[in-house]
Design a protein around this ligand. Structure first.
Ligand code: SF4
Ligand code: SF4
Length: 261
């Protein structure tokens, strides 16, 4: 089974509602995770105490952007350095009791849920995302949008005429350049298709096709359409298509320049 939620160099809390807020920036997300981690630290490891703490944290937390998508107040930082996001109610975090029933789902749902990326991503792609992203905030955005990661890697490969491999990321300038390209995901308007695209189901339960309506804005189809599409560049998402196109072109050129060959 692919390891995705917790890897040596990456951790994700997207399905616990990490980005479901009006301000999904790194600083705002970190502040909320720190608030929860600090508040839960002295709470007795009992269902009663954790349930009460979760209710209080949830009541004081930021408004969800999508009210129908749950935000669990038991997601926090797992490590002292506050680099790893994860479940503070998991037995590995509590030191014994499983307190996940005190969150917004129950322990059996938390234990058995696997997001769609588990069936789409290969181990190599997951390792590339882990090596390129550098921290939990970007890692969670990237591993939950497989088409975006693939489009970014394919766009680089098309220009360098070589597939991006893990060994290429040992070269720090290329790793930084690829991170800049992937970080487009962090700079989108709140609620844009690009941020939540991977979780947008069609009415029939399938995946809703994403498409930029160029006709509606009187623009030609971009040469970077696939990446822009995954980045949610449709102006109806609140993003500026031209600005994103220029940025992606610039960041792709940076990847090509830094590619170690
Ligand atoms: S969104 Fe997917 S990768 Fe992220 S924590 Fe949930 S199941 Fe794991
Ligand atoms: S209790 Fe479940 S939903 Fe809440 S943080 Fe833990 S794994 Fe996520």
């Amino acid at each position: 089974m692919l390891s995705l939620c917790q890897r040596a160099g990456g951790s994700c809390g997207a399905c616990c509602g990490l980005y479901n807020r009006r301000d999904p920036s790194r600083a705002a997300v970190r502040a909320e995770l720190a608030r929860r981690t600090d508040a839960l630290a002295p709470v007795p490891r009992t269902p009663e105490a954790f349930r009460a703490a979760a209710a209080a944290l949830g009541a004081d937390g930021p408004e969800p952007l999508f009210p129908s998508v749950r935000v669990c107040p038991l997601l926090g930082f797992l490590d002292a350095a506050r680099t790893r996001v994860g479940c503070l109610a998991h037995p590995l975090a509590t030191g014994g009791p499983d307190l996940r029933d005190c969150g917004v789902y129950d322990a059996s749902i938390c234990e058995t849920f696997y997001c769609p990326s588990f069936s789409w991503l290969s181990e190599e792609e997951a390792a590339l995302a882990e090596a390129a992203c550098g921290d939990f905030h970007l890692y969670g955005l990237v591993v939950t949008d497989v088409p975006f990661l693939r489009a970014a890697l394919a766009a680089v490969a098309a220009r360098t005429r070589a597939s991006v491999e893990l060994r290429h990321l040992d070269h720090a300038p290329f790793r930084a350049a690829l991170r800049r390209l992937l970080a487009t995901k962090e700079e989108l308007a709140p609620g844009s298709d690009g941020l939540f695209g991977a979780f947008r189901p069609a009415p029939d339960g399938g995946e809703a096709p994403r498409r930029i309506d160029y006709e509606a804005i009187g623009a030609e189809r971009s040469a970077f359409d696939e990446l822009l599409l995954c980045a949610g560049a449709d102006p109806r998402s609140g993003n500026d298509l031209e600005r994103l196109e220029t940025e992606i072109e610039r960041r792709l050129a940076g990847c090509v320049r830094a590619f170690p060959g």
